[in-house]
Ligand binder design. Structure first.
Ligand code: CP
Length: 331
């Protein structure tokens, strides 16, 4: 746990101690995080969770820092929780969406990021429909870029909050069986989760219809590699965590699944299937959910579900990421 030191300048309670050794300017994906960096985020998130549990729930650590959220694609959880997280650390927040900004007049991503930097923004949380867009922004800006989801590529803070939630319930993930079911092929959440889970020693099983599974991934199931299967009823056996992914309507329209009825029959996470998992297995979903399609409503809101807790933990994890990156800039 981080050392908590008293800060007489704030009435909101003691602030987390400055991190040691954090040097990354940006957070673009989980695949570049070392185990030490993942641990630093998890440890800092625990401290932030304590901050959130206090009566005021805020500290002034990032007073004077401006954080921008720049979203070219819809979001509820990621955008709102980054805003809450930045404000809980005392930062100023600028919220920008493509709609209503000069992006609509044709301003480029690079010019938009540079404009935010020119008005004093030092951290930009961005979401973009194009995979790789945050890398372009990071290469062309002195501001720190945090990827809030890019196309089908990555969603690092979702994976980190998922890991944080699993660890709070399971402790070490070494040898734990985590089944990710659904549209793995197009899921940035799955891609980022694979890295953090394998790095944590989990056994990762990817499951879905053949048209929604990646071909490039190794299917050997050797330590450090994922298993890939189309049989959900077998895959869920002995699972410690089951994560359902959202089925996107456009996947059906593009012919990647025969029909929603077929999909539900083979891949819906429902109560009968959940009984095959280990007792106490966690039910997770990154949201937004299509209840009744990839997950049955009674499972989504049942005793095993930690879906709301994932959202709550998202604030602490995003506070940790903002804190490490912003304080790393000045270290
Ligand atoms: N999980 C997730 O990224 O949700 P939002 O699209 O609501 O941000």
């Amino acid at each position: 746990m981080l050392e908590i030191k008293e800060q007489p300048t704030t009435t909101a309670g003691p602030e987390p101690a400055a991190p040691i050794g954090w040097r990354s300017k940006d957070l673009l994906d989980t695949d570049t995080l070392s185990l030490a960096e993942i641990e630093a985020i998890m440890e800092t998130a625990e401290a932030m969770r304590e901050v959130r549990a206090r009566p005021v729930g805020k500290v002034a650590t990032l007073r004077g820092v401006t954080v921008a959220t720049l979203f070219y694609e819809q979001s509820t959880r990621t955008r709102a929780s980054f805003e809450v997280a930045a404000k809980a650390l005392g930062a100023d927040v600028v919220n920008l969406t493509a709609s209503g900004s000069s992006v609509e007049k044709g301003e480029s991503l690079v010019d938009t990021v540079r404009t935010l930097e020119a008005i004093g923004t030092s951290v930009i949380v961005m979401r973009h429909r194009s995979s790789g867009a945050p890398y372009l922004a990071a290469a062309n800006s002195g501001a720190s870029i945090i990827n809030g989801g890019d196309g089908t590529h990555a969603h690092p803070t979702q994976a980190l909050l998922d890991l944080f939630t699993m660890r709070r319930h399971c402790g070490s993930l070494q040898g734990k069986k985590v089944v990710i079911v659904g549209d793995v092929l197009h899921s940035r959440v799955a891609r980022s989760n694979i890295w953090t889970l394998l790095a944590s020693g989990a056994r990762v099983v990817l499951c879905g219809p053949p048209t929604l599974l990646p071909r490039a991934l190794s299917m050997s199931g050797e330590p450090g590699e994922c298993e890939v299967t189309t049989g959900f009823d077998e895959a869920i056996g002995g699972a410690d965590v089951v994560m359902a992914l959202r089925i996107q309507k456009e996947r059906q329209e593009s012919g990647l699944i025969p029909s929603l009825r077929e999909y539900i029959r083979g891949y819906q996470l429902n109560a009968a299937r959940l009984q095959r998992a280990n007792p106490g297995a966690l039910v997770m979903h990154p949201g937004p959910m299509n209840e009744g399609i990839e997950i049955a409503p009674d499972v989504a809101h049942g005793l095993a579900s930690v879906i709301e807790e994932q959202v709550t933990n998202g604030v602490a994890v995003r506070m940790a990421v903002l804190y490490l990156i912003a304080t790393g800039r000045t270290a």
